[in-house]
Design a binder for this molecule. Structure first.
Ligand code: IPE
Ligand code: IPE
Ligand code: MG
Length: 254
């Protein structure tokens, strides 16, 4: 059996079980991947983009509805200017090169994060792709850019406070639902499954509110090496989990 056929067989087997509706990925390890090969960090980011493509194809084949990838955090501005510039240029290149493919696959792309803080060129590319893909429903693909979970919650709290101040909302109407409605992910289901590559055991300010009951999966694999098989291994593990959401398992399992 060819590798592609083996992947297809695995996907079909997994589809018999529960597939996370929303997957979030903290794509980490591009820099280390490059350094290990004696390459510039930016080469690692470039290889990381290819891993995003592999994951996109696989999640679509699995029937996942929402995918959120963490591409640039509010803390990543601390990096050397050349790396930040390189990442931004890579992003514009990616958006311009992939628009046709995103359209052909029915992908709806949305940037989550403080877009106004991004370079003009990135904002323009994002606007074009978001506008063009906005009616697509095949896969909702969020790219977290200049994104921080705390920043997102503060922004939501301010939006609610403004409405209270203006008299259009009462204090009692500040609820989990109304706050979630002010997040970048308003209207989307919370992630069921969060994957982090590169062996770090931390969240790094990703989807703090939304991940309250997400299942976590951590792997030592560096992001540019992350393959379709890695994603399928992760899903297979997810399918063994017993999600109790604070309750007790109906089937009496412990
Ligand atoms: C993840 O890879 C990509 C971004 C944060 C932009 P890193 O660049 O963080 O790679 P490491 O962690 O330094 O190896
Ligand atoms: C998390 O990776 C952010 C992204 C993947 C965009 P980092 O490399 O920035 O996280 P830390 O610094 O190791 O926590
Ligand atoms: Mg990192």
């Amino acid at each position: 059996m060819s590798h592609a056929d083996a992947i297809e067989t695995r996907i079909n087997q997994l589809k018999a079980g529960s597939i996370p509706r929303h997957i979030g990925i903290i794509m980490d390890g591009n820099g280390r991947w490059a350094t290990l090969r004696g390459l510039a960090r930016l080469k690692g980011h470039r290889a990381g983009v290819e891993a995003v493509d592999r994951v996109l194809e696989t999640v679509m084949a699995l029937g996942v509805d929402y995918l959120t990838v963490y591409a640039f955090s509010t803390e990543n501005w601390k990096r050397p200017t050349a790396e930040v510039r390189g990442l931004m240029a890579l992003l514009v290149e990616y958006l311009d090169a992939k628009l046709d493919k995103l359209m052909a696959n029915g992908v709806c792309l949305k940037a989550i994060g403080d877009k106004a803080g991004l370079p003009e060129k990135v904002q323009a590319s994002l606007k074009r792709v978001e506008e063009k893909t906005k009616a697509n429903t095949g896969l909702y693909f969020n790219i977290a850019l200049n994104y921080g979970g705390r920043q997102e919650i503060v922004r939501a709290a301010r939006a609610l406070a403004e409405e209270v101040q203006a008299g259009s909302r009462s204090l009692e109407e500040i609820t989990e639902e109304s706050l979630a409605d002010k997040l970048y992910t308003a209207g989307q289901p919370d992630p069921d499954f969060i994957i982090r590559s590169s062996g770090e055991f931390r969240i790094s300010n990703f989807m703090l509110w939304q991940m309250a009951y997400a299942e976590l999966w951590l792997t030592d694999t560096l992001w540019p090496d992350f393959s379709a098989d890695d994603l399928l291994d992760a899903i297979a593990d997810y399918q063994k989990r017993n999600r109790r959401f604070g309750g007790i398992d109906a089937k009496g399992k412990v």
